[in-house]
Design a protein around this ligand. Structure first.
Ligand SMILES: C[S@@+](CC[C@H](N)C(=O)[O-])C[C@H]1O[C@@H](n2cnc3c(N)ncnc32)[C@H](O)[C@@H]1O
Length: 248
């Protein structure tokens, strides 16, 4: 682990480790993790993960999704999208709004979005789907806020409407572990998560994501991410958007 990551990890683990904390020393935490203590493991992951996200982050990717819907919906028997490090749900719900706005539900019944993350804390938040005004107001246009959320004037929060929630399934998934999918995906958003892995781990994840895609499907990374020096089988469509070729 690089030094700066060690400091970050130490800083975050201060919540759990130290005089008067749950674990006096790192060794004690280590032993609890080794003994398979599920509660400690969950808390450990919750504390260590970086969950920064917001609605329509890197908006160009949602425009791409809308374009995909328009061109592929008529020729695909089903559409599956995957938000592969969904954090608190903003990415998956932005995908769902895009899908709903494209009117897919009307002409095309079988569209679903899977949203996964390793942190149970963010998944619980996402499932609730309640966002404070200051977290959503400036990112989602008013007409879409009215259409897809309930506003509670007492708490100043927006709650995702059922019509949107039914499009999205939130599940726990560690990108480093086997993927349990039965159907392949059309588009996978794997944005702003590869940064946490080393080159070998990135290659392992990309290999598995590649297998999880339909031939002709796309993988979308964050705009600031690069795969330079990382081996993979995708064709680059444009910066941050990668394609699995049809012939595979
Ligand atoms: C910075 S957020 C990215 C959120 C969203 N994709 C975006 O671009 O706004 C990174 C997310 O990756 C998740 N994550 C980190 N390691 C993971 C792993 N091994 N498997 C699944 N999710 C992971 C974290 O819990 C966190 O919610």
């Amino acid at each position: 682990m690089r030094d700066y990551k060690k400091y970050l990890m130490e800083y975050r683990l201060q919540k759990l480790v130290g005089p008067g904390k749950r674990f006096e020393r790192y060794e004690d935490l280590y032993k609890a993790l080794q003994s398979g203590n599920g509660k400690v493991r969950v808390e450990f992951v919750n504390i260590l993960t970086t969950n920064y996200t917001y609605f329509y982050r890197e908006e160009v990717h949602f425009q791409f999704l809308a374009y995909y819907m328009r061109t592929k919906a008529p020729v695909q028997p089903y559409l599956r999208f995957w938000s592969a490090a969904s954090s608190t749900g903003e990415e998956a719900y932005s995908m769902a709004i895009t899908v709903a706005e494209e009117g897919a539900q009307k002409n095309f019944r079988d569209v679903k979005i899977l949203a996964t993350d390793i942190s149970l804390r963010v998944l619980e938040f996402a499932l609730e789907g309640v966002y404070p005004y200051n977290r959503i107001g400036k990112h989602v246009p008013d007409n879409l806020l009215r259409k897809y959320f309930y506003f509670d004037p007492n708490t100043h929060t927006f709650t995702v409407r059922e019509s949107l929630k039914t499009l999205v399934a939130f599940r726990y998934l560690n990108l480093m572990e086997p993927y349990p999918f039965q159907k392949q995906f059309d588009v996978v958003f794997l944005r702003n998560v590869l940064i946490y892995f080393d080159t070998r781990e990135k290659e392992h994840i990309l290999y598995k994501v590649y297998s999880a895609l339909k031939p002709g499907g796309y993988m979308v990374l964050g705009l600031s991410e690069s795969l330079v020096g990382v081996r993979h089988s995708f064709t680059t469509l444009k910066h941050s958007i990668y394609r699995k070729d049809e012939s595979v």
